[in-house]
Design a protein. Structure first.
Length: 95
């Protein structure tokens, strides 16, 4: 949720996305939105939990050096997995 769409739209690695204040804000916004839905479902994410989720995105040893699978799908003109990745969160958010 935190990086898939932003990576797909920008064709950037996670590390490069998170180096841009505007793109980082989009990633954090996606995470915050998912956290609100999680809270509505009774799952509380702490600030530390969110930091743990975001940490690999800026680390070359984490996922920082890679692009999202959504980005790879778009580049290779394959169907995306956006419904699988975000669909459950969207559906729960609509309730």
């Amino acid at each position: 949720m935190a990086r898939s769409a932003a990576s797909g739209a920008s064709n950037l690695t996670s590390e490069r996305m998170m180096a841009s204040p505007a793109r980082k804000a989009v990633c954090i916004g996606g995470l915050e939105e998912a956290a609100l839905v999680a809270a509505a479902e009774g799952i509380a994410l702490t600030v530390a939990d969110k930091q743990e989720i975001l940490a690999p995105l800026i680390s070359p040893s984490g996922t920082g050096a890679s692009k999202s699978s959504l980005c790879a799908d778009l580049l290779n003109q394959r169907p995306t997995e956006i419904d699988t990745i975000a669909g459950a969160v969207v559906q729960r958010g609509l309730r």
